[in-house]
Design a protein around this ligand. Structure first.
Ligand code: NAD
Length: 323
């Protein structure tokens, strides 16, 4: 573990770096588990909290030390990492619960959630105003990337602060991009997810049509995967079950990246597009389809369940309009 930053725990003689973790959902738990494992061979220790007792039990079962509150997880932390659904949850966990105030002076707060760029900048102002430091560090790579420690981090903030936590990010990811100043990580992530959503919609349409034309999923993936139709959605997240074992479609769309979370990201993209005079027509349409899924009770399924509107298996007033 690098001890480059004298303000953090490894720089204080005889102490290990303390890491507080808040949010142990589909992404947070495997990330925290990887970090905890890496810490055993280095000089840092993780203490994690989630509002859900079941989730805390799942973390404990994986050997991740847990706390009973956000403040307990954050107390004395040199680094506090949040992995929560939306900006409002990060604000509640950090500010309203008192977690920020409980961290060590000079602590680095690393928000790995996907939230709005403006929200990240506003949080950074409060965090730095309290004498701590802030990085927005959203991730890409899905739950498989979180489990395998192969995530991509997109970081906004200063070089110095990124270098201070780089060994931690290395324990959870394969690539770290310094996107720019505070908020730039969130902007990069929002752009990525905008493209992912549309790649998924187009893959759903081609996948269902392939079935009806009698072309196997394997043939589609083998050919398009090395041709101009290639995408991550095609090769790693094929929306029809059985084609890609690790894809959520192969487990009835359980786990993965929830419809409601992708809809949140497209909302951020549409706000940014409107603010900058960009005609984001396809983004608007995919956002509408995600709303239909959520309105029909499928908000917690993985977003590749978009295929259910394409193949017509989701029924309901709004979804019938789509056919
Ligand atoms: P999730 O809904 O599975 O997990 C969120 C967790 O946060 C839940 O366990 C919930 O109990 C907990 N939580 C909410 N408020 C809390 C609070 N105040 N204090 C403590 N815990 C609280 O979400 P996820 O899929 O893990 O995604 C987390 C973030 O990562 C989101 O911003 C999402 O957009 C982003 N993301 C997700 C994926 C993915 O594939 N799932 C990929 C990249 C990025």
């Amino acid at each position: 573990m690098a001890a480059a930053d004298p303000q953090l725990g490894t720089g204080r003689k005889g102490t290990s770096m303390k890491i507080g973790w808040i949010g142990l959902g589909n992404m947070g738990l495997p990330m925290a588990a990887n970090l905890h494992s890496a810490g055993r061979g280095a000089d840092f220790e993780v203490t994690a909290f989630d509002l859900s007792p079941d989730t805390r039990r799942a973390a404990a079962a994986q050997g991740v030390p847990t706390a009973e509150s956000t403040v307990e997880a954050a107390t004395g932390a040199d680094v506090l990492i949040t992995m929560l659904p939306k900006g409002e949850h990060v604000r509640t966990a950090l500010l309203e619960s008192g977690a920020l105030a409980a961290t060590a002076p000079g602590a680095v707060v690393v928000d790995c959630s996907t939230i709005g760029t403006a929200d990240a900048v506003a949080l950074s102002t409060v965090v730095t105003g309290s004498g701590r430091r802030f990085l927005d560090a959203p991730v890409s790579g899905g739950t498989a990337g979180a489990q395998n420690g192969t995530l991509t981090f997109m970081v906004g903030g200063t070089d110095v602060d990124l270098d201070a936590v780089r060994p931690l990010l290395d324990a959870m990811g394969e690539r770290i991009f310094h996107a720019g100043e505070t908020g730039a990580g969130q902007s990069a992530k929002m752009l990525n997810n905008m493209m992912l959503a549309m790649n998924m919609q187009s893959t759903c349409e081609a996948a269902v049509l392939a079935e009806r034309l009698g072309v196997s999923a394997k043939t589609v993936i083998d050919i398009a995967g090395v041709s101009t139709g290639d995408s991550w959605a095609l090769r790693r997240y094929y929306p029809i079950g059985g084609a890609v074992e690790s894809a959520p479609s192969s487990r009835d769309f359980a786990g993965g990246f929830a419809v409601t979370l992708m809809r949140k990201d497209l909302g951020l993209a549409l706000d940014a597009a409107a603010a900058h005079g960009v005609d984001a027509a396809a983004t608007t349409e995919v956002a509408r389809r995600l709303d239909v899924l959520a309105d029909n009770g499928f908000g917690l399924l993985d977003f590749s369940a978009l295929v259910r509107l394409v193949d017509g298996t989701v029924t309901g007033t709004e979804s019938e309009e789509l056919r």
